[in-house]
Design a protein around this ligand. Structure first.
Ligand SMILES: [Zn+2]
Ligand SMILES: [Zn+2]
Length: 465
């Protein structure tokens, strides 16, 4: 996994007295949508902390501990992470129109977008900036496909006038005319480095990417570390995801996680969660990406699992069978909800499909059964693996970590909203398979070991998929 560095500013920042620190954190959690109110109860605060800790990749203690405080000071993206149910964020028009309209399409699932840089920073040479921008767009163009779902093709073209561009890129400071003031540099407030307007925002700002020029921007990783500068390529690649309509992901490995890392573009791999975001947005919903969303949104990886960090960082040095084994060990320490007659997990799934993925009510109900089948299958799959792995000292399986998941299931991961029609099509396809007695997602037996072997192969992006 790409570990997010704690930059020196964090350490140099003078510690606030406890109460001010507390107030600042509450404000932060409220601002980014983890809290529905700026005056939370203790229970609300704990719940919000656990979700925040998961997204930031620090131990999920529910306490305002030092590690959590440091995490709130990490450089991050200006977009909110969650939508508050009651108090919808107005910072950016998070609307149903998170995709580019038809006139940008040059074919089925084929999108053509033009970009221009209207104002440069003095921190970097123009030539370097332009070639970095080319490369970051190429990353999305070349990596966004998922093997088992329809292909999406992204074309990006540099144009030579602002008026011709769909995505205008610029640097600016403080107030800069769009009512989203930048916060300056050096650990001021929340360390916002950039923000982007979704495709569905009103024109001409839609798709535009703004960088805070009060920050020191850099492309040389060594200097990022030694001079405490901001690594432009990664921030840019993340913001392009927003310009394409993607929202934040709670998965720490995803490029769309709100906390930036210093991974160079050559090494950067889109996570399956990022890829499914694009796919869902432009090619429509699919079973596979629905399960990927489930893995990010409903199943909680425990970030204090050392194996979890380990498997993602040891990719290239382990032989492939070893890699699969290690990677699947993450399952040993996750909380997987279970639908039973006495709990309301199924209703919860139904609500979530409706609210988060905009499934029409009837389809949300249908697919909540599919979600339960998937979860039940995953339980069996894990138990079987645990049995097989009894002699494996690396595999520590603990049933005791099962816990109520409602308390930590606030909104974070989101794919763009699909049309009700495309979701109905997906449901009809499954119903057709069922009526023809083909293998189908309504059959609990569908989610067997073979299914999960295949699923995790793609989910964990083994074999370069
Ligand atoms: Zn962001
Ligand atoms: Zn701006």
């Amino acid at each position: 996994m790409r570990l997010l560095p704690l930059l020196p500013i964090v350490i140099l920042a003078a510690p606030l007295p406890k109460s001010a620190e507390f107030d600042r954190t509450v404000q932060y959690l409220y601002q980014y949508g983890y809290l529905g109110t700026p005056q939370p109860s203790l229970h609300e605060l704990r719940t919000a902390l656990v979700v925040f800790q998961e997204v930031a990749g620090v131990p999920m203690t529910g306490e305002l501990d030092d590690e959590t405080l440091l995490a709130t000071r990490r450089p991050r993206c200006g977009q909110g992470d969650t939508q508050r149910a009651k108090n919808r964020q107005k910072r950016f028009a998070i609307s149903q129109q998170s995709k580019w309209p038809k006139r940008h399409f040059t074919g089925d699932n084929e999108i053509h977008l033009k970009w221009f840089i209207s104002k440069y920073t003095k921190d970097l040479k123009e030539k370097v900036i332009r070639s970095t921008v080319h490369k970051a767009f190429q990353l999305w163009a070349t990596q966004s496909n998922v093997k088992s779902v329809p292909k999406v093709t992204l074309h990006f073209e540099e144009v030579h006038a602002k008026d011709d561009a769909d995505i205008n890129i610029l640097w600016d400071e403080g107030e800069h005319g769009d009512s989203h003031k930048f916060d300056g540099s050096r650990g001021n407030r929340d360390n916002i480095l950039a923000h982007t307007f979704f495709p569905g925002h009103s024109q001409p700002l839609n798709g535009d990417i703004h960088f805070d020029d009060a920050e020191d921007w850099e492309v040389d990783l060594e200097k990022v570390k030694t001079h405490d500068r901001r690594f432009f390529p990664y921030v840019l690649a993340h913001e392009i995801g927003h310009a394409l309509g993607l929202q934040h992901s709670r998965k720490p490995e995803a490029l769309m996680n709100p906390y930036y890392s210093d991974t160079p573009l050559d090494e950067l791999q889109l996570d399956i969660d990022d890829k499914c975001g694009i796919n869902w947005n432009y090619a429509g919903p699919s079973d596979f990406c629905l399960f990927v969303w489930l893995m990010s949104d409903v199943i909680h990886m425990r970030k204090n699992n050392s194996d979890y960090h380990h498997v993602y960082s040891s990719d290239h040095i382990l032989p492939s069978n070893e890699r699969i084994r290690k990677k699947l060990n993450i399952l040993s320490d996750v909380s997987i909800p279970r639908c039973t007659r006495t709990n309301d997990v199924e209703q919860f799934a139904e609500k979530r499909l409706h609210r988060m993925l905009q499934f029409p009510p009837e389809e949300a109900k249908i697919f909540s059964r599919v979600v339960c089948n998937f979860l039940a299958g995953l339980h069996v799959y894990r138990a079987e693996r645990a049995k097989k792995a009894e002699n494996d000292p690396d595999f520590q399986y603990e049933e005791t970590i099962e816990k109520e998941f409602h308390s930590v299931s606030k909104t974070v991961s989101e794919f763009s909203h699909s049309s009700a029609n495309s979701i109905r099509r997906m449901a009809r396809q499954a119903e057709e398979d069922q009526s023809q007695h083909k293998p189908n997602i309504f059959d609990p037996n569908y989610f067997d070991a073979e299914f999960f072997d295949g699923f995790f192969n793609q989910y964990l992006q083994l074999n370069g998929q």
